[in-house]
Design a protein around this ligand. Structure first.
Ligand code: FAD
Length: 301
């Protein structure tokens, strides 16, 4: 059993089911699940984790498929912590990694800054949005990043500018491995006071076209250049395809739904099946947007 210093015990849970922390509601246990009280606590904890113990980060788990055997080592969660959000200049805001994207959207509207409405429909944290370059309705996280603060495995903090990262569609390549986001400075345009917010309109558009409210991870695959993953999946006749209690959504073909009792293995098998069927029908290999972590039950044995 992994030893943890006494000072951290109130904030760790052992064998914590990750199904409680992912929007698919699947996933085996995290060996150690740690929610830091603040950055100092986080840095001290990281310094204490032996170098050979794997470290995994989770925000709101809205883009994560955790396998049924769970995650060995340490999971660091920013859910409900590291959530400071403030305006730091006429057109600039600072957010910590645990701030919910929806809050950034709401607050920017109040501050007369934009365009930040796209954040409203992303059910994750700023940390997750930075890791994924999350985007919607033409907006994208990294278009607004001026600078990020990161923390490394030894608890050392760093400041990096946006140009230190190679960023593309749903892809962010950090300059060094094993450095995670603590926060970011984001720049927006100053909006005239009469500027009408489009949030309600965007959320309604989303509700009309996506299975919002069901257990999913949003879009499973990235769109291939010049096409849409949903179109290819639908054209391959895969809407409604089911493995166990997981199925391809009838409303939006790029969503996979857990109907209540799906396992991560069901979801992963369905992802593989969709990939091979689309490739067979259209010659296009779809790439998962969702991050898959952890071990299968067989690997865990
Ligand atoms: C209904 C629904 C709709 C969605 N719509 C969209 C959409 O329109 N556009 C879009 O882009 N996405 C969408 N998503 C996917 C998801 O919300 C985004 O990818 C989001 O940015 C993930 O944030 P998170 O905090 O949940 O990250 P998690 O799912 O917890 O983690 C995602 C990745 O980020 C890493 N990570 C998390 N926090 C940090 C950190 N602080 N530092 C470093 N790495 C970190 C994790 O290790 C993991 O690799 C949707 C999901 C759902 C369920």
């Amino acid at each position: 059993m992994l030893a943890v210093a006494e000072q951290f015990l109130p904030r760790i849970r052992r064998n914590e089911p990750m199904s409680r922390h992912t929007s698919w509601h699947v996933g085996g246990p995290a060996e150690i699940y740690f929610t830091p009280s603040d950055r100092t606590d986080l840095a001290a904890f990281l310094r204490d984790v032996p170098a050979n113990v794997p470290v995994c980060w989770v925000g709101l788990g809205s883009n994560l498929l955790v396998r049924d055997g769970g995650i060995s080592g340490v999971v660091i969660s920013t859910q409900g912590t590291l959530d400071r959000l403030e305006r730091v200049g006429p057109d600039t805001v600072y957010g910590e990694a645990g701030v919910a994207c929806a809050r950034i959207a709401r607050q920017c509207i109040k501050w007369g800054l934009g365009p930040a409405e796209f954040f409203a429909g992303i059910p994750g944290t700023l940390g997750g949005a930075l890791a994924m370059n999350a985007g919607a309705f033409g907006g994208e996280t990294w278009r607004h990043v001026v600078e990020v603060e990161t923390i490394d495995r030894r608890g050392g903090e760093h400041r990096r500018t946006a140009s230190d990262y190679r960023v593309s569609y749903r892809h962010v390549e950090p300059p060094v491995a094993e450095e995670w986001f603590l926060g970011a400075r984001l720049r927006f345009e100053v909006r005239p006071p009469e500027h009408r917010s489009e949030v309600t309109e965007l959320l309604e558009r989303r509700k009309a076209t996506q299975p919002i409210g069901e257990w999913s991870c949003g879009s499973v695959f990235t769109n291939p250049p010049g096409d849409h993953a949903a179109r290819l999946i639908e054209a391959s006749g895969l809407k409604g395809l089911r493995i166990g209690d997981a199925s391809v959504s009838l409303k939006h073909a790029n969503f996979i739904i857990n109907h209540g009792a799906a396992t991560a293995a069901d979801v992963e098998s369905l992802i593989g099946r969709v990939q091979s069927e689309v490739e067979r029908a259209h010659g296009v290999r779809l790439h998962p947007e969702v991050r898959m972590v952890g071990q299968t039950v067989e690997e865990r044995r």
